[in-house]
Design a protein around this ligand. Structure first.
Ligand SMILES: [Fe+2]
Ligand SMILES: [Fe+2]
Length: 190
């Protein structure tokens, strides 16, 4: 039963909506989901499972908005609902401060897609054409501009690409392409 819940998108989405009221944070979850699903497809991994982990990685943020509580205090909630160990471990490992090391491909890719999806999303939001024609070069230029999307940790973005063994430009282009099909859900044109 616990393996089924890990792949149940409707269940994950309902939980996300129950815990997260902010459209911005919901969109962050959709963006990371789209990126992780695309990587899972690329790698022949379990797309539904990776997608659900992505949808729920920040589900507790509004109730636990500090590093002392997120995502550690959300983890027992997921355990009680029946989410398996590997699922909850990946969520714990997306946050460096938990001290849970990233070992599996899922863990590395969640980390790599978390900040990158947020950053690409931010880049697209300030362009009239959204994600369309967004080049790695201009994303990198924005990364150097510290005042832009200042909440995104640049070191995490670079380290994320390294952790999944991808060139930074390749990772940027991959995430841009992954977000394009869900542009509407992200509040972007397209
Ligand atoms: Fe988080
Ligand atoms: Fe996140």
């Amino acid at each position: 039963m616990d393996e089924a819940i890990a792949r149940d998108r409707d269940r994950a989405l309902a939980l996300l909506h129950e815990w997260v009221a902010s459209e911005g944070l919901r969109r962050h979850a959709y963006a990371v989901e789209a990126a992780l699903r695309a990587y899972a497809r690329d790698l022949g991994e379990d797309e539904d499972a990776w997608g659900c982990v992505a949808l729920l990685h920040d589900f507790d943020w509004e109730r636990h908005p500090t590093l002392e509580s997120h995502p550690q205090d959300g983890e027992p909630v997921l355990r009680d609902l029946g989410y398996p160990d590997w699922f909850r471990r990946a969520i714990l490992a997306h946050a460096d401060h938990t001290g849970v090391p990233r070992v599996t491909p899922l863990e590395h890719h969640l980390y790599a897609c978390d900040e990158m999806s947020g950053f690409v999303h931010a880049c697209a939001l300030v362009r009239p054409q959204g994600l369309e024609g967004l080049e790695p070069r201009s994303v990198r230029k924005k990364l150097k501009q510290r005042s832009f999307a200042a909440g995104v940790n640049r070191d995490d973005v670079v380290r994320g690409a390294e952790e999944i063994g991808r060139d930074l430009d390749e990772h940027i282009a991959f995430v841009v392409a992954a977000l394009q099909p869900v542009a509407g859900e992200l509040g972007l044109p397209g």
